[in-house]
Design a protein around this ligand. Structure first.
Ligand code: ATP
Ligand code: MG
Length: 939
């Protein structure tokens, strides 16, 4: 059988159950909706929980899905196994088919068996099933499931085992829906002899699929009531299935991980053999990079609490395992690219979040790199202290566990997550006290009020901030206009911390992990407006490097706050919002606030490009194409404008061309403050719905070679507009490049409808454009390589291939008709007369369903009146096709009935039906019944 790719296997699963009446349902997010009790979706059941509880109803009774799952926290935590074995991941996909009060054990078991053994052809001798038998003796044994297993064709009775509550009874919670389950295990090493219930639990076996039969409602520890409507909930480990079907001995050797491992191996320069000899770090990195990519795509970015902590821990742990194979520079974004390439088609959210995924990974690696060495050095000291104490005690009874609160200090001060401290400790035969760590973390987050959303929105706290402003003005720390705002020329500002606000209260100092708001005398951080997003960056103590005296970081003057957002809290008060990522900032500390300029530069490219595009749209579509909305972000720009219909491909191309020409022309981008009336009179574009003050900032983009006129010499603004042709002229408070050529390249990614009469363009520039081009060029090169042609010749080559293909298909089909004529003539002698018509029942060798259909066409052509049944054995599957001429249909004979009447399964139209014969029925036996059936049915 042909080896299927992972993507094909996923699709086959979905298709199989859709064919059996299931509705294909998309995976829900890794972050469970409306379920605060659960950190992550950890099984397929989560999105259907309310259906089982009876509080939610779906429009279908059968569903099939592939669900994104995570098991790194809470009740299901497989982190210890990940990387160490070949079958557990932190993130994995769970394939599931579901019955909500519809079909039950009989169908669920038969389909599972059919799919695994018939559709996918798994060796029946290597599959084992378990069913429930209560070890406590209270709940009845699941004989119903056992009987059904034993009924499956080719299922050996010595392949069934009874298991107790731990393995084979599923409960959602202390009370509620529950029931027995039945698991399928696959034998990886069948040559190792006899299998017992105990062997199933060893690494000779891999657990593939768990079928849960929800039939009870638990009311108390001792009371189980039968449910009126019984359900089926199944979960199959997708990666494990793929490894079994692809015949490899590790999930990591499937095509799901090929790309990631290739990237890693090329980064380390190791051979495949060397890699396999030291496989654990590769496995960990690939697993974690995949998990982090999916997490970020679902909106979970690295942080200090809850889900965000898990994202941070996973990335940092991957980075640390990277160092074990010699990777010290940030490398995870490269692995994530491979993850996106592998999964992007099935999970489009990955493609959509590419920018965020790559950015977050690299930033987190850089952040970690800043502190990890000092952190691990401190940990090493603590561990050697323990060892020294043990040696002094000279006994094996010495302490082997590192205090939880010390481990927390290592996290708070150096960003070493608990899991990493534990990895390091374990490498030296020691442990870390997890409960103590969690207690210290809880205590800390309570003390800093962590978890609560910070700052109030909608200006509710404007009064509070007005009070702070007054106070600072009284102390002469701020002037009458409040905080000075200059996002245009001051990306780096030194100053004093004027105020720190934690959870709505002004505080003297803050510490690690605190969500915080900071007021400085002056800022260069842009505040979101006119579509341009907030700046991000850092505020640090002026003494740049912390030199802590102890692991808590006390005595240190170094600290750092990561700024993720900005706001105007009240008139004159600008607030930086973020999180303390190291040390203890204090009010009054001298500090330096620095905008993330790489990101800002990307934003400026997109903003200047937005102006160029706006002007180009006017040239191409007309003056009505005015801005209706805009987003200027680092990774893309989005622009909505008035236009009644979709742009044509030519129009889009022209806009793109004009903008790129304007970029190449290296025009000067000039900001100027003016009175609003003058600017409007000069023809500057103002935006509908924007508020403008009396003085406005204008941005003009003027072609080179145009003489810049001394404005003071011109009397009327309108006269100036005529004399000074501008490429673009807008009122705008945003930040811009100095010259258009800094944009690099501009590419339109999409054009579509945003609302009635409003179109939306998304485009990329600079780095984003380069990445897009590189990605597409690579794909094109691949195609050219496959076609063995030059890139430019690809369209022509594809055209001619398509022509060839069409010609070949035509030829094949006429050849097949010819052939079937010949073959049909061999069948003619087998035809018999019956009730005034002709009946042909025959076995045909090596024919697929299509060929059988062709032969029945020949039959109908040749005989005008008659019934024909043909059987062929294709890949061990007896396929049957029946055909009946119109006159016989009128006399009461239908093709589908003919198949069922002789013991087959299947159906179709009255004149043509298709199906199969059960394994137990011989073809010759079935065919021998045809004449009788025809005679009986014909009136
Ligand atoms: P195991 O005992 O192997 O950890 P489990 O009993 O925890 O499996 P279930 O909760 O029954 O597994 O989940 C259903 C299926 O999901 C399993 O049969 C298995 O194929 C797969 N699975 C479970 N945990 C993981 C994991 N961490 N990584 C990959 N697949 C998993
Ligand atoms: Mg498990």
């Amino acid at each position: 059988m042909k080896k299927l790719t992972g993507a094909e296997i996923r699709q086959t699963y979905i298709d199989f159950f859709v064919e059996h009446g299931h509705t294909a349902v998309p995976s829900s997010s890794l972050v469970p909706g409306g379920d605060a009790t659960l950190l992550f979706t950890n099984s397929g059941m989560v999105q259907f929980k309310d259906v089982f509880l009876g509080t939610d109803k779906r429009p279908y009774k059968r569903a099939v899905d592939s669900q994104k799952c995570m098991r790194v926290a809470g009740k299901h935590n497989d982190l210890d196994d990940v990387g160490r074995d070949d079958t557990h991941h932190t993130f994995f996909e769970m394939l599931g088919n579901w019955s909500f009060g519809d079909y039950y054990k009989k169908e669920a078991i038969a389909w599972a068996w059919q799919l695994l053994t018939e559709v996918w052809g798994l060796d029946k001798n290597r599959l084992y099933a378990t069913v429930f038998k209560d070890d406590k003796g209270d709940i009845p044994t699941d004989e119903e499931a056992a009987t059904n297993w034993l009924k499956q064709p080719g299922f050996g009775s010595d392949h069934l085992f009874y298991m107790g509550r731990k393995d084979n009874f599923w409960e959602m919670a202390e009370t509620g829906p529950c029931g027995p389950c039945s698991e399928m295990h696959f034998d990886l090493r069948p040559d190792e002899g006899k299998v017992t219930a105990e062997t199933l639990d060893t690494d000779r076996f891999v657990e593939l699929w768990n079928l849960v039969f929800i039939q009870y409602n638990r009311l108390s520890a001792t009371q189980l009531d039968p449910l009126p409507a019984k359900h089926v909930d199944t979960g199959m480990g997708f990666e494990r299935l793929v490894s079994v079907l692809q015949g490899v001995d590790s999930n990591y050797k499937t095509d799901l991980f090929t790309k990631s491992l290739d990237v890693l191996r090329s980064l380390t320069g190791k051979t495949e053999k060397e890699m396999l000899a030291d496989f654990t770090p590769y496995r960990v990195v690939c697993d974690h990079a995949r998990t982090a990519s999916f997490l970020i795509a679902d909106g979970v970015v690295p942080g200090n609490v809850g889900r965000n902590y898990v994202a941070r821990m996973i990335i940092r742990r991957a980075a640390r395992f990277g160092t074990k194979i010699g990777l010290h520079e940030p490398f995870l974004a490269k692995v994530a690219e491979a993850v996106i390439a592998t999964y992007g088609a099935s999970y489009p959210e990955l493609e959509k979040s590419r920018g965020a995924i790559l950015d977050n990974l690299t930033r987190e690696e850089i952040r970690f790199a800043r502190t990890v060495e000092t952190g691990t050095a401190h940990l090493e000291n603590l561990l050697s202290e323990i060892r020294a104490q043990n040696a002094a005690l000279s006994s094996s009874k010495g302490k082997t566990v590192l205090d939880g609160h010390r481990a927390f200090d290592l996290y708070a001060t150096y960003g070493l997550p608990f899991e990493i401290s534990r990895d390091i400790a374990r490498e030296e035969g020691l442990e870390v006290d997890e409960a103590g760590f969690n207690a210290a973390k809880d205590e800390h987050s309570k003390a800093s009020g962590g978890g609560k959303a910070m700052g109030k929105m909608g200006g509710e706290d404007a009064e509070f901030f007005a009070g702070i402003l007054k106070n600072l003005q009284k102390k002469n720390k701020l002037g009458e206009h409040g905080v000075e705002y200059d996002p245009y020329t001051s990306p780096r500002v030194e100053g004093e911390v004027l105020a720190l606000i934690v959870n709505g209260e002004s505080v003297g100092s803050a510490s690690f992990g605190d969500p915080i708001e900071v007021i400085l005398p002056k800022t260069g951080f842009y505040i979101e407006s006119g579509g341009q997003v907030n700046d991000t960056g850092t505020i640090r103590a002026l003494t740049p490097h912390p030199s802590p005296k102890n692991a808590r970081g006390e005595g240190s003057e170094g600290w750092e706050i990561e700024i993720s957002s900005m706001r105007r809290a009240s008139a004159g008060v600008i607030v930086h919002m973020g999180e303390v990522i190291s040390g203890h900032p204090k009010a009054g500390d001298p500090c330096i606030a620095e905008v993330d300029m790489a990101r800002r530069h990307d934003i400026m490219r997109n903003h200047t490009a937005t102006h160029l595009m706006h002007a180009a749209l006017h040239q191409v579509l007309g003056g009505h194409a005015v801005q209706a909305g805009s987003l200027v972000a680092p990774d893309r720009l989005r622009f909505d404008f008035n236009h009644p219909e979709a742009m044509t491909p030519e129009q889009i191309e022209r806009v793109e061309k004009i903008v790129n020409a304007a970029i190449a022309a290296d025009m000067a981008v000039t900001p100027k403050l003016k009175s609003r009336a003058d600017a409007i009179a000069e023809g500057a574009m103002a935006l509908f719905g924007e508020k403008y003050g009396e003085t406005v900032r204008t941005i003009s983009i003027i072609p080179e070679g145009v003489e810049i006129i001394d404005e003071s010499a011109v009397e009327h603004p309108t006269a100036l507009a005529e004399q000074q042709p501008k490429f673009s002229y807008e009122l705008c408070g945003g930040t811009h490049l100095e010259r258009t050529s800094d944009i690099g390249t501009f590419i339109i990614v999409s054009e579509g409808s945003a609302a009635a009469g409003v179109r939306r363009i998304e485009a990329v520039t600079g780095r984003g454009a380069y990445e897009l081009i590189a990605r597409r060029l690579k794909a094109l090169k691949q195609v050219a390589g496959m076609l063995k042609s030059g890139i430019e010749d690809v369209p022509e080559k594809v055209n001619s291939l398509q022509d060839q293909l069409a010609a070949a298909a035509k030829q094949i089909s006429s050849l097949r008709v010819e052939m079937s004529k010949n073959e049909f003539s061999e069948l003619i002698p087998l035809a018999q007369g019956a009730k005034g018509t002709t009946v042909l029942a025959a076995e045909v060798e090596e024919a697929d369903a299509e060929k059988l259909r062709m032969l029945t066409d020949q039959f109908r052509d040749f005989y005008k009146s008659g019934a024909c049944v043909l059987v062929s054995n294709i890949q061990g599957k007896p396929t049957i096709v029946a055909s009946v001429t119109e006159d016989l249909i009128k006399r009461g004979l239908k093709a589908g009935d003919l198949i069922t009447a002789i013991g087959g399964r299947g159906g179709g139209r009255p004149n043509l039906a298709q199906g199969s014969l059960p394994d137990t029925l011989k073809a010759s036996e079935a065919l021998s019944k045809v004449v009788n059936v025809v005679e009986e049915k014909l009136k």
